[in-house]
Write a protein that binds this ligand. Structure first.
Ligand code: AMP
Ligand code: FE
Ligand code: FE
Ligand code: ZN
Length: 277
């Protein structure tokens, strides 16, 4: 029997808010007999060289990233695939984002203080380690300090998009993010739209330059997947997918390989990124 080639195109490492090293992700991907993966850390591509080195010839590693972009009063996530990691404009944008994320976490720490919660930048940074700072690191600090019993509650009470200590994470709009991704040779894909984007907004996002939709995702059940697959087909955009594995940080455990797409979808993404389609 020929095994079908499968890919998981949404994975985080400890370079953002995941807990696995790139090499650890690659080893797990190989053990699961995946054919291709993409490391899609928030606002960084630092994990790519280690993932490529660990993969060797046994596993295809697609350069990826997950950016945050403002859309109206919301924040959306955009995945970028096949980005030239050495692109100077893209690299300096990521550098700027790291500074911005630091300032933002500081601002959230200030808001927490106003709400009677004391946590220091050093505590958050020691949890983040090599990782570009994000809310999950701050949430974990709140759990470790016993301010809240769980990450979920940290988001619910303090850090979630509608919670009192939230500070916006996106200094750029969807068209800005699309320009950055496509300008660096990448293909721009709307991440996990379920419960974040109304269907009626999808044509606007496509007009803004989005070339695909993440149809398969851990937050998308079978009927949600069918729904977005239908939308992608109708709107003439690509379909993508992956597990959105954050290692051991999230309560469902390591998700790598639990949501996969057929390799043909990867080939279509590749063709569009290379301008052949
Ligand atoms: P940031 O990039 O700093 O805005 O943090 C966003 C990340 O926080 C997402 O990618 C998730 O990994 C995580 N996250 C967002 N909302 C929640 C939530 N309610 N519970 C747990 N993790 C969350
Ligand atoms: Fe995340
Ligand atoms: Fe996301
Ligand atoms: Zn993600």
């Amino acid at each position: 029997m020929i095994q079908e080639k499968r890919a998981d195109l949404h994975l985080h490492t400890f370079y953002s808010d995941g807990t696995f090293s790139p090499a650890e992700l690659v080893e797990r991907a190989k053990a699961l007999h995946l054919f291709a993966i993409s490391v899609t850390d928030h606002d960084t591509m630092s994990g790519l060289p280690e993932a490529l080195a660990a993969a060797g010839k046994d596993l295809e590693v697609i350069p990826g990233v997950e950016l945050t972009a403002a859309f109206g009063d919301r924040e959306l996530h955009l995945l970028g695939y096949f980005i030239r990691a050495e692109d100077p404009t893209f690299t300096s944008f990521l550098e700027e984002m790291h500074h911005y994320r630091r300032k933002r976490i500081k601002a959230m720490i200030d808001r927490l203080r106003v709400h009677g919660v004391k946590v220091s930048m050093e505590e958050v940074e020691s949890i983040a380690g090599k990782g570009v700072l994000g809310r999950p690191h701050l949430a974990q600090a709140l759990v470790e300090k016993k301010v809240v019993p769980s990450l979920d509650e940290a988001f619910g009470r303090y850090l979630g998009d509608r919670a009192p200590c939230f500070v916006k994470g996106a200094p750029l709009t969807v068209p800005d993010a699309v320009r950055l991704i496509r300008g660096a040779g990448g293909v721009a894909v709307l991440a996990h739209p379920h419960r974040l984007v109304e269907d009626g907004s999808i044509p606007q996002l496509i007009a803004d330059g989005i070339q695909g939709i993440e149809v398969f995702h851990s937050d998308h059940n079978a009927s949600v997947r069918r729904h977005y697959q239908e939308i992608a087909k109708r709107q003439g955009v690509l379909a993508a997918g992956g597990s959105d594995c954050h290692g051991l940080r999230k309560k469902n455990g390591p998700l790598i390989g639990s949501v996969t797409i057929p390799y043909e979808w990867v080939e279509r993404l590749k063709a569009v990124a290379s301008g052949k389609d």
